[in-house]
Design a protein around this ligand. Structure first.
Ligand SMILES: Nc1ncnc2c1ncn2[C@@H]1O[C@H](COP(=O)(O)OP(=O)(O)OP(=O)(O)O)[C@@H](O)[C@H]1O
Ligand SMILES: [Mg+2]
Length: 358
């Protein structure tokens, strides 16, 4: 009998938390306990159960955190069964709500210097990939003059307005809004800067977006008005720059990088799209190196990616296990993790100490 009591006293809350305080969150470089990521700790006899609260449901490092936690706990004498559950609470960039009155926790701009490199394709598949991981995702088509998000998202209309606000269309778990919903296809759009500005502002503010973990913004080509307007209207958690594998495309992307730098928007990283035998590979990685930013990975040139875009059935939906879809889904998890880090940095600059979970 006494032996049993001794065994039981070996597995206590203190001992478990002490063990878990040696496990480092790989992105945030601090331990799970001081980050307040261990929740619902329950000890029954020698069995331990707890929830790890992640900073994004799309966390790419669950596997590592689980195996590190199990390894740390294994050192406790007499340990029984360990049950780990997962939950997430995405950190919120409070500047967004303050500035536009919407409940977006993070905003991610998808940009490039040059047209036709696959920004919209990346934005659409990235948004859907994040939603597939369980995040609440919106997609804003900020390409006011050439809006093609609805075509790629497979839905050309939005529902009727409610309470005098527009209601986003929804497909594949993503809410989206586009100028294409508001103008007839044959109506020419010849707009000047101030009108572009107010159009983007309206698509952000006059819409019942609801609560979002991530708003992905698809930008038009170039580094002009739209980028400037967007950065003025909406605090951006970070920007992704899409480039093609050829050096010429990368040199356009440099302008994209510099624009965001000037606007003080953090660069999440560079994606090389349409990589492979035909166009080659490498310019994206080189660009990231030259500009001291991160390389997020490449998406191969693939007929299925193009077909998916043309038919409104994006590759991550119809061929989720294809090479291209797996590449985008991995990049999406990486982007989510990086955005959490960026937003926590913003929080810690404005609110001390870091309180990462609401
Ligand atoms: N990895 C890929 N493999 C094959 N085709 C692709 C790939 N990525 C994009 N495409 C195709 O390339 C074309 C241009 O892509 P997309 O419209 O996404 O580019 P964009 O940068 O948004 O263009 P714009 O500057 O006009 O907004 C589309 O037909 C799209 O389906
Ligand atoms: Mg586009």
């Amino acid at each position: 009998m006494y032996g049993q009591i001794n065994d039981r006293s070996g597995v206590t809350e203190d001992v478990v938390l002490k063990a878990l305080s040696t496990v480092i969150e790989p992105e945030l470089h601090r331990d799970l306990v001081s980050l307040n990521m261990i929740r619902n700790l329950k000890i029954e006899g020698n069995d331990v159960a707890f929830t790890i609260m992640l900073t994004t449901p799309a966390c790419p490092l669950r596997g590592k955190m689980e195996s590190d936690s199990r390894a740390a706990l294994a050192a406790i004498p007499g340990l029984g069964q360990v049950t780990i559950q997962w939950d997430s609470n995405v950190p919120s960039d409070r500047r967004i709500g303050e500035q536009i009155g919407q409940n977006f926790r993070n905003t991610i701009a998808v940009s490039s210097g040059k047209g036709g490199v696959g920004k919209t394709t990346v934005a659409v598949n990235l948004a859907i990939s994040l939603a597939m991981e369980g995040a609440r995702v919106g997609l804003l088509d900020a390409d006011i003059l050439g809006p093609n998000v609805p075509m790629m998202m497979g839905k050309g209309e939005m529902p009727p307005p409610s309470n005098r606000k527009m209601v986003p269309a929804e497909n594949y778990g993503v809410r989206f809004i586009s100028m294409a919903f508001l103008v007839k296809p044959d109506q020419p759009l010849i707009w000047r800067g101030p009108m572009l500005h107010s159009a983007i502002r309206q698509l952000l503010t006059d819409v019942n977006w609801g609560e979002l973990d991530y708003l992905v913004v698809d930008l038009p080509p170039g580094t002009g008005d739209a980028q400037l307007t967007l950065a003025q209207v909406l605090p951006l958690s970070g920007a992704i720059v899409v480039t093609q594998p050829m050096q010429v495309a990368a040199s356009d992307a440099v302008r994209g990088l510099k624009t965001f730098e000037k606007l003080e928007v953090p660069i999440i990283g560079v994606i090389e799209n349409m990589s492979g035998d035909f166009f080659g590979t490498g310019a994206g990685e080189q660009l990231a190196r030259d500009y001291d930013t991160d390389y997020l990975g490449s998406i191969p040139l693939s007929a299925d990616v193009r077909k998916g875009g043309d038919s409104g059935q994006p590759i991550v939906v119809v061929h989720p296990d294809s090479e291209a879809a797996l590449a985008i889904r991995r990049i999406a998890r990486d982007v989510a993790a990086r955005v959490s880090v960026l937003t926590l940095q913003v929080q810690s600059e404005n609110f001390i100490p870091i309180t990462m979970i609401g």
